[in-house]
Unconditional design. Structure first.
Length: 95
């Protein structure tokens, strides 16, 4: 998983595995699977979008104007907001 595009795993997990050659020795591996920070931010943004009747009316109008589904418009705007949030997070971490 590329941290530069997605921010990395939102909930990385460590798993302990026995070593095949040395059964008493165990090593840990971090697995970056599942939800990314970008996905997490998008889910939060989507909650805000669908929670507002006014915003959903605007999404419906945008969808009709562009001949696409309302759901695809919501997803697009949620990920756009998430990408902006991730970019701001990177700026703050670099400062």
């Amino acid at each position: 998983m590329k941290k530069d595009k997605t921010g990395g795993s939102m909930f990385p997990n460590k798993k302990t595995f026995p070593d095949a050659d040395y059964p008493d020795f165990k090593h840990e591996e971090t697995q970056d699977d599942g939800l990314t920070i970008l996905d997490y931010f998008a889910a939060k943004a989507m909650q805000s979008i669908v929670g507002s009747d006014q915003t959903m009316l605007e999404m419906k109008d945008i969808a009709a104007t562009n001949s696409v589904s309302k759901e695809s418009v919501v997803a697009h705007f949620a990920y756009e907001q998430a990408a902006t949030m991730l970019a701001e997070k990177r700026k703050r971490e670099a400062a």
